[in-house]
Design a protein. Structure first.
Length: 405
């Protein structure tokens, strides 16, 4: 198959969706499929050259909505070259462009929601939600309604998605997310990371790696870490990732007020050997997020043998808890503290056992091959639906029919 992915941008700072396309695309390419990408990036943007597939760039754009007047006409003119078009994410123009160009086309388009229908956003940002409601009926609702399928990565995500907007009608399919962990010399990349930040040598590193954003709960982690830091003077908190909103200054001030400024490092975004070195140099991975569709970094941490201390708002929490590959608690300071204390109290048998289970969980649940098989089956079936889920002013929520029931 020849597949076109649509994203607002392939800038790696955009987080999980970009990395997901990169990893899954490479795996599907190795399976014999042809992958291309269309974005609203400017053609001269530096990150385009590093992306592993041909990229059609229709920017520059002047706002976060990423409107490009050239995208929809290009899709309409070129769609027949592709067997499927996959839209990644909501609330930006590339999805509406796909609807305009393809809703009456023989070429099916699919939408990965990437957690962007989670009701947490409604609760956390009510004014933004009101603005989305103004946009929803004439744009995003139609994009999802007319997609051949809307793809969720977990049952948890699918269930929560219908709680944000009462006007809701989609063909739902679940495709488990997967990723890859490169085969690296663990000791070599660990040493590369420690040479870059020599103050971490000899420390027990508590690692957060991801976008530094309010929804990720970094502030909870700082306060929780401050409460447990006295248990072991070698404990050191690392919060690594791009800062899109200028939150780092506030986090530094928070750490200073908590008395742990010398026990926290904020190295910014880590890539390549530095990123994998951070995983292999650390003792535990922590993500106390208020909302997380999947959490690519969670899977990557597990793949490197790191236990994951996550909140019950990370949509893979049930799997982590069931397997014993980490510890789950609420997305509060108290919940995060509880997870850290539980981990610190593990004995010399339980601690390495949890690390081994982390690797087993990655191999059994989150490998890229699982995702590729499920996504390929969906695309080859043309999104053959097992039902719809509907909510509108005249009808109640109806659960989709389930095969075998």
């Amino acid at each position: 198959m020849k597949i076109l992915h649509l994203l607002a941008s392939v800038d790696p700072r955009a987080g999980g969706p970009v990395e997901g396309v990169r990893r899954s695309g490479v795996a599907m390419q190795e399976a014999g499929h042809e992958i291309e990408v269309a974005t609203c990036d400017a053609p001269g943007d530096a990150h385009l050259a590093a992306f592993p597939f041909p990229v059609h760039a229709f920017g520059p754009t002047s706002s976060r909505y990423s409107y490009s007047k050239r995208l929809a006409p290009w899709l309409a003119a070129n769609a027949k070259q592709y067997d499927a078009v996959i839209v990644h994410g909501l609330w930006q123009y590339h999805g509406f462009a796909a609807w305009k160009a393809l809703r009456k086309s023989e070429v099916p388009y699919y939408v990965y929601a990437h957690g962007m229908l989670d009701p947490w956003f409604k609760e956390a940002y009510p004014l933004k939600h009101l603005k989305k409601w103004l946009y929803w009926p004439w744009a995003e609702y139609r994009v999802l309604r007319d997609a051949r399928a809307v793809i969720f990565t977990t049952e948890e995500e699918r269930t929560r998605a219908a709680q944000s907007f009462w006007l809701y009608r989609v063909r739902e399919r679940i495709v488990p997310f997967g990723t890859t962990v490169p085969k690296v010399d663990a000791e070599s990349v660990r040493e590369t990371f420690l040479r870059a930040i020599p103050s971490l040598r000899g420390k027990r590193i508590v690692l957060f790696l991801g976008r530094v954003h309010a929804k990720k709960g970094c502030d909870l982690l700082i306060d929780a870490f401050a409460r447990v830091a006295g248990r072991d003077q070698s404990l050191h908190l690392v919060i690594a990732g791009p800062d899109e909103t200028g939150w780092m200054t506030s986090l530094r001030a928070q750490a200073q007020a908590a008395g742990i400024e010398d026990r926290m490092s904020l190295p910014g975004m880590l890539q390549g050997d530095l990123k994998w070195g951070a995983f292999h140099a650390s003792d535990v991975f922590v993500l106390p997020s208020h909302q997380e569709n999947f959490g690519v970094a969670v899977a990557e941490a597990l793949g490197c043998g790191l236990p994951a201390l996550i909140s019950d708002k990370v949509n893979v929490w049930r799997e982590i808890q069931a397997d014993g590959a980490g510890i789950v608690a609420s997305d509060t300071v108290e919940g995060t503290e509880k997870s850290l204390l539980h981990w610190l109290d593990l004995d010399d048998y339980a601690r390495p056992a949890m690390r081994m289970q982390a690797t087993r969980t990655f191999n059994s649940r989150f490998r890229i091959e699982t995702m590729v098989a499920a996504l390929t089956a969906l695309l080859e079936s043309k999104g053959a639906a097992d039902g719809t889920r509907e909510r509108n002013p005249l009808s109640p929520l109806r659960e989709p029919a389930r095969e075998g029931r």
